[in-house]
Design a protein around this ligand. Sequence first.
Ligand SMILES: C[C@@H](O)[C@H](NC(=O)OP(=O)(O)OC[C@H]1O[C@@H](n2cnc3c(N)ncnc32)[C@H](O)[C@@H]1O)C(=O)O
Ligand SMILES: Nc1ncnc2c1ncn2[C@@H]1O[C@H](COP(=O)(O)OP(=O)(O)OP(=O)(O)O)[C@@H](O)[C@H]1O
Ligand SMILES: [Fe+2]
Length: 570
Amino acid sequence: MSTGIRVLGIEGTAWAASAAVYDSGTDEVFIESDAYQPESGGIHPREAAEHMHDAIPRVVETALDHARETGDRPEAESPIDVVAFSRGPGLGPCLRVVGTAARSLSQTLEVPLVGVNHMVAHLEIGRHTSGFDSPVCLNASGANAHLLAYRNGRYRVLGETMDTGVGNAIDKFTRHVGWSHPGGPKVEEAAKEGEYVDLPYVVKGMDFSFSGIMSAAKQAYDDGVPVEDVCYSLQETVFGMLTEVSERALSLTGSDELVLGGGVGQNARLREMLREMCTQRGAEFHAPEPRFLRDNAGMIAVLGAKMYDAGDTLAIEDSCVDPDFRPDQVPVTWRARSERSEGLGYASGDARNREQTDEPELAPGRGDGPLQGAEAIVDLDPEAGRVTKHREAKTYRHPALDDRLRRERTRIEARLTSQARREGVPTPVLSDVDPHESRLELEYVGDRDLRAIVRGADTAAAADRVRDVGRHLALLHRAGFVHGDPTTRNVRVNSDRTYLIDFGLGYHTDHVEDYAMDLHVFDQSLVGTAADPGPLREAVREGYREAGQERVLDRLREIEGRGRYVEGDS
Ligand SMILES: C[C@@H](O)[C@H](NC(=O)OP(=O)(O)OC[C@H]1O[C@@H](n2cnc3c(N)ncnc32)[C@H](O)[C@@H]1O)C(=O)O
Ligand SMILES: Nc1ncnc2c1ncn2[C@@H]1O[C@H](COP(=O)(O)OP(=O)(O)OP(=O)(O)O)[C@@H](O)[C@H]1O
Ligand SMILES: [Fe+2]
């Protein structure tokens, strides 16, 4: 018999009309779903809302019947203790149907109402089923693609798509070839017979973009490349990108736990790549079972229970839905108090995790063993003043793609490290480069990473260094190229200089958007690592202003204002 609370969850952000009952005493989740299937093309918001209108009452009734049958409460009592619903993000017309249903159930059953962020639910269900404490989460769903990690009371967006969600990108390709919605499972099936062809691969720090690769995939299909080959290569490329940025997030945060969320997470090849990457770097990986990956009300009910427990309920008059609800807008009320007030890093209270978090911050003169970056094994020899950087094969990637990326990046890193120095930016002097072995030999510079400084309490000292980074980025941009991955780990400092390192993702460009994205990537890494990011974000802009163009800063503001990049205050 259950001694816990029972939560009715309701989900209907786009295609899944779903209701669930979660029993926190037994940890059992009952889910009833009814999927909307478009007659042709993709999801039509109006049709989807009509589907919600018809199907939500049905699935809710089935869930409540289940609660009555499995519970031990008198007939006259409500079979559930709380109603939790998806407030957003999603399609406005669908959300409104769900919101109305949830409010009216909360009133008739006389139980409290909880409003859940759908993307945070995709993440929390993985944390719940894995038992991980403070994982990085890759949310790979239809309309979204985010990398999230907890810090200081919020889930921070460490990286995200610069255009469409990953599932939507795949679905657009399958519409082009005339396959019915949803396309993801069909691509997975066709890929089994495919061979590899090159497609564009675009990551910027921990952000990524799908538009170029999707146009190229459509073009390849139109040019007669067998559809199986295009599907195979789409998976290898898109999932390779998602795995790479996930690894970068693990490396940046020092976390050794990754969870997957979202409907695209049902893809076996994506899960295989993520698992392999985690194994290779000694991290743990967890993907919830498929019924919890695709849109479902179970995840809404499970997070609803945690929020209810924390007293995080909604008054009816405050319960409006939000189609643009971002995960970093949600105050995380349900994690332990000690975690919530945690100001530094991503520590979870777990000693092993904390050690990991601090491990890469080498004290002066202590750089002995090889260091595992996101991309490379880095052998540090401070006494000899030398660093060897080897981009080892990533076994999760297709060998052809892996060879191409490692060679290209080694070449680019060598070239841009030297070019940056000619532009007046401190960088390590290069002593040797071997693109075929993907190996570089560089001067050892600085005595710590900028990350160690921005995590500390001395905001003024951190601001000086961050101002230098702003100035340095402006010099690169003036010379017509970007760093590509300016994070607090790719800046080394000593008492009198601030060095930029790791130029492997850099490229030449004269687009203001690319320059602004470079600054945005650095901003996100400050938000992801600094104790107090506000003044530091200001300092980057001050430094940039000294040597750079105001229109790049204008564009940065525009990027932030696009709504996808709003920072939650801490
Ligand atoms: C806001 C909300 O409405 C939205 N929901 C959503 O996108 O549904 P979700 O169930 O998480 O993901 C659906 C996507 O998941 C893809 N998908 C399903 N099975 C797949 C598979 N085996 N391989 C690749 N993609 C797959 C579908 O093609 C579709 O694009 C979201 O979470 O972004
Ligand atoms: N020239 C150098 N001098 C001193 N330390 C260095 C140097 N190059 C790298 N390091 C140290 O090694 C770490 C990893 O190096 P680097 O960033 O080049 O590797 P990576 O695998 O590309 O890492 P990531 O992709 O995680 O940024 C750096 O954060 C820094 O602490
Ligand atoms: Fe979803």
